[in-house]
Write a protein of this length. Structure first.
Length: 320
C-alpha cells in the first residue's frame, strides 16, 4: 500500500473544506468496507484520506416527520434503537428485500435474506405476471410486488472484493444481468414456472456498473471497469451472442437511449452523441461538459439532460 496523507476532521464544514480544496481527490473513509478493500485488492491509490469517524453530526437517529438516520450510524445502533424497533421493525429485524407503504412508511412485507448490492430493481410484466427483479449481492431474484413471494432466483456474482451494480435489463421475456470482476453476463428466459438460464459468458460483456440499453434487438454496453484499462463500447445481439461492433478503448461511460440516438456520458466528463446503429459505431458529436468524474447515470426529461459529476449538478439543453 502506498503512502498517503490522512486527516480526521471533527465537523462537517471542516471535512467539506478539505474535500473542496487541494484534497479534492482524497478517498473518504466511513465504514471502510469499500475504500480499504479497493486499496488492498483493486490497486486504488488515493493521495490522501479524509476520515469521517470523528464527526458526531453524521451519527444518530431522530424521528421528525419520518425517520432520519445519520450516514455515520452503524447497523448495530439502528437495530437497537427504540423508535426503530417500535415503528420500523424491518430495519431492526433485518430483511433482504422490504416493501414500504409510500403514504405511511410502514412495512408492507419482508422477503428473503439476500444481501444488498448497488443495483436498482426493475418492475416489469411478463406474460401477464408482475415481477420486481433485483440483482442482489449474490443472486438475481424476482418477487411478487404485492406479497413479496419469490417468483424465481438464480445465482449471480461472487464473494470477495466484487461489485454488482448494473440494473437488470428485461426484454421479450428475458432478463440480462452483467458485472465485472470476472463475473460476466447471464441471459435467462422468464417463464410461468420459473426461469431458465440460457447462457453465461464472462467474455462478451462484463460491465462494472453501467446498464445496457436496447435497440433493434441488440444491446449497447460498456465492457470493462472504470478503474482498469480503458473500457470498450460494444453492440451485441444477446440471443446469439454475436458482437455487432466494438469501439476499443472508448473509456468507461453510462448510456441513455433517446429515439434513434445514444447519449453517452464518459467518466472523464465528455458527453458523446451517437446513432443507435447496430451495424457500426457512428459518432455524431462530442463535447466536454464537466471537469469532474461523472459516474452517476444522467436523467433525460423534456429535452434537458441532468448530470451529476463530482459535487456539481448540471442541466444541459439537448433537445431540438
Amino acid at each position: 500500500m502506498q503512502a498517503f496523507e490522512y486527516a480526521s476532521p471533527t465537523t462537517l464544514p471542516d471535512a467539506l473544506g478539505l474535500l473542496g480544496s487541494s484534497w479534492g481527490d482524497a478517498g473518504v473513509l466511513a465504514g471502510g468496507t469499500d475504500l480499504l478493500v479497493q486499496m488492498k485488492e483493486a490497486g486504488l491509490h488515493p493521495p490522501a484520506i479524509v476520515s469521517l469517524h470523528a464527526i458526531d453530526a453524521l451519527r444518530g437517529i431522530t424521528e421528525d416527520d419520518g425517520l432520519r438516520i445519520g450516514s455515520g450510524t452503524n447497523l448495530a445502533e439502528v437495530a437497537a434503537h427504540d423508535v426503530v424497533r417500535g415503528s420500523y421493525t424491518a430495519l431492526a429485524e433485518g430483511a433482504g428485500i422490504v416493501a414500504f407503504a409510500c403514504d405511511t412508511g410502514q412495512t408492507v412485507w419482508k422477503a428473503t435474506a439476500e444481501r444488498a448490492s448497488y443495483s436498482s430493481p426493475v418492475a416489469v410484466t411478463v406474460d401477464g405476471t408482475r415481477h420486481v427483479i433485483f440483482v442482489t449481492r449474490l443472486s438475481v431474484v424476482s418477487v411478487d410486488p404485492e406479497t413479496g413471494k419469490v417468483r424465481f432466483r438464480f445465482p449471480f456474482g461472487r464473494t470477495g472484493p466484487t461489485v454488482t451494480a448494473a440494473n437488470p435489463v428485461v426484454f421479450d421475456g428475458h432478463v440480462l444481468v452483467t458485472a465485472s470482476y470476472g463475473i460476466g453476463s447471464v441471459l435467462a428466459r422468464i417463464g410461468q414456472a420459473g426461469v431458465d438460464v440460457l447462457w453465461k459468458d464472462a467474455e462478451i460483456l462484463a460491465a462494472q456498473y453501467a446498464t445496457c440499453v436496447r435497440h433493434d434487438g441488440c444491446l449497447f454496453g460498456v465492457d470493462g471497469r472504470q478503474d482498469g484499462p480503458p473500457a470498450d463500447l460494444i453492440c451485441f445481439d444477446p440471443m446469439t451472442r454475436r458482437v455487432r461492433w466494438t469501439q476499443p478503448s472508448f473509456g468507461y461511460a453510462t448510456l441513455l437511449k433517446a429515439g434513434e440516438r445514444l447519449l453517452i456520458l464518459k467518466t472523464d466528463g465528455v458527453l458523446v452523441l451517437a446513432a443507435a446503429n447496430v451495424d457500426r459505431y457512428e459518432e455524431l458529436a462530442r463535447a466536454p461538459v464537466s471537469d469532474a468524474t461523472a459516474r452517476a447515470l444522467p436523467a433525460l426529461a423534456d429535452g434537458r439532460l441532468y448530470i451529476r459529476a463530482g459535487r456539481t449538478l448540471q442541466c444541459l439543453a439537448v433537445g431540438k
